[in-house]
Design a protein around this ligand. Structure first.
Ligand SMILES: NC(=O)c1ccc[n+]([C@@H]2O[C@H](COP(=O)([O-])OP(=O)(O)OC[C@H]3O[C@@H](n4cnc5c(N)ncnc54)[C@H](OP(=O)(O)O)[C@@H]3O)[C@@H](O)[C@H]2O)c1
Length: 343
């Protein structure tokens, strides 16, 4: 599995998902895609007012996205971290003239065939940057899992389209993979190689072996401290969006105080609701913007992942804004749909 192919495949998938949403968003709304995309994007309150509820499932199944997200991100994070550790241990100081494929081939039992002029140091840095991005993603999916269970009060009649559901499951598989796609093939080969080695030789004779007490724990975290300022600014942007999304979700979750009100919709106030109708979508865009920043901005796959989040949530926010204006005669006129003072 060549690195270039995983990147290309993911980029093509994000592009294929973005384009129909963009076409459907053309302002004149006579685009043939508008209807189908809208029926997939509608959920909860916006779907309730539509005529057809065919092919829909409960909106509380949103929970499944975060179960998939947590399991998959944890797996990728653990594997990439172990790989980064093994890589870091193998690379001697001053070996920057080596090509990373030499090291990768050794760690994956020769199964890593990628030919590249990237130096070992540069590639090692990319591996640790992927670990950092996956850590941020883990923080996000863990909070979303918690909120889906304890904060949101999904009404029993709130539904979403089955295609919207499948899109969510695919999203939480493809998004973490996109964050580490620069090293995903070698990480998988590394994992397979070590499972095979473990089955064949047992723990004692393995390449990465030894009692827990012999493991140099500092090597597990030390490369993270060597990341550049772009990663830390990206993390700060991510945390800013994360905090506001948590607050906006808490506001939405508190709108229905009693069980009998579980079908009731009211106008939310507070935090970024002062500016826009869907501040939790805006916060999600800020979160993924932070990830783009932290990635260094040189990875097209991560840009396209961000593009999908922006296109998807802007489309959904426009429908939500329209719904609020139609439903509440006294809806705050200064509120925009998703971008404060602009849209
Ligand atoms: N990364 C992505 O591409 C992506 C895609 C989709 C969602 N998300 C994220 O997932 C999160 C949840 O999205 P969502 O579309 O499920 O949000 P949502 O439709 O706003 O619903 C969230 C919860 O708040 C309730 N709610 C919303 N407006 C309400 C109102 N006016 N009065 C009373 N209750 C209200 C909903 O109830 P009902 O169930 O009754 O409607 C639901 O329980 C968001 O932060 C979003 O950014 C991300």
């Amino acid at each position: 599995m060549e690195i270039i192919k995983v990147n290309e495949l993911l980029s093509a998938a994000w592009l294929a998902a973005i384009l129909p949403i963009l076409v459907a968003s053309i302002p004149w709304r006579f685009s043939f895609l508008y209807g189908p995309i809208l029926s997939v994007a509608k959920r909860g309150k916006t779907l309730r007012s539509s005529n057809s509820q065919k092919f829909t499932i409960p909106q509380r199944f949103f929970l499944h996205f975060y179960v998939v997200g947590v399991v998959w991100t944890t797996f990728l994070l653990a594997m990439t971290w172990f790989y980064g550790y093994a890589y870091h241990k193998m690379v001697p100081v001053g070996s920057d003239s080596l090509h990373f494929s030499t090291v990768a081939n050794h760690l994956t039992g020769g199964s890593h065939m990628h030919k590249s002029q990237t130096s070992v140091g540069e590639h090692g840095y990319r591996v640790w940057r992927s670990v950092f991005l996956l850590m941020l993603m883990e923080i996000q999916v863990l909070r979303r899992l918690y909120e889906s269970i304890y904060v949101f009060n999904y009404s029993p009649s709130a539904r979403m389209h089955i295609c919207g559901y499948l899109t969510g499951v695919v999203f939480y598989t493809a998004a973490p993979l996109s964050l580490c796609s620069v090293c995903a093939p070698e990480v998988f080969n590394f994992a397979i190689h070590h499972v095979a080695e473990f089955i064949d030789k047992g723990w004692d004779k393995m390449l990465i072996r030894g009692p827990i007490s012999e493991i140099d724990w500092l090597i597990y975290v030390q490369p993270l401290t060597a990341l550049e300022w772009l990663q830390w600014i990206g993390a700060a942007i991510f945390i800013w969006g994360w905090i506001h999304q948590r607050r906006c979700h808490a506001i939405l979750g508190s709108l229905r105080k009693q069980k009998e009100q579980s079908d009731k919709y009211v106008i939310p106030y507070g935090d970024w609701f002062r500016f826009v109708s869907s501040p939790h979508y805006l916060a999600e865009i800020v979160i993924y913007g932070g990830l783009v920043f932290a990635s260094g901005g040189s990875d097209l796959t991560i840009w396209l992942l961000f593009g999908f989040v922006v296109a998807n949530l802007t489309f959904a926010a426009a429908e939500t804004h329209k719904w609020y204006i139609e439903k509440f005669t006294k809806y705050p006129t200064e509120r925009c749909a998703i971008i404060p003072f602009v849209y």
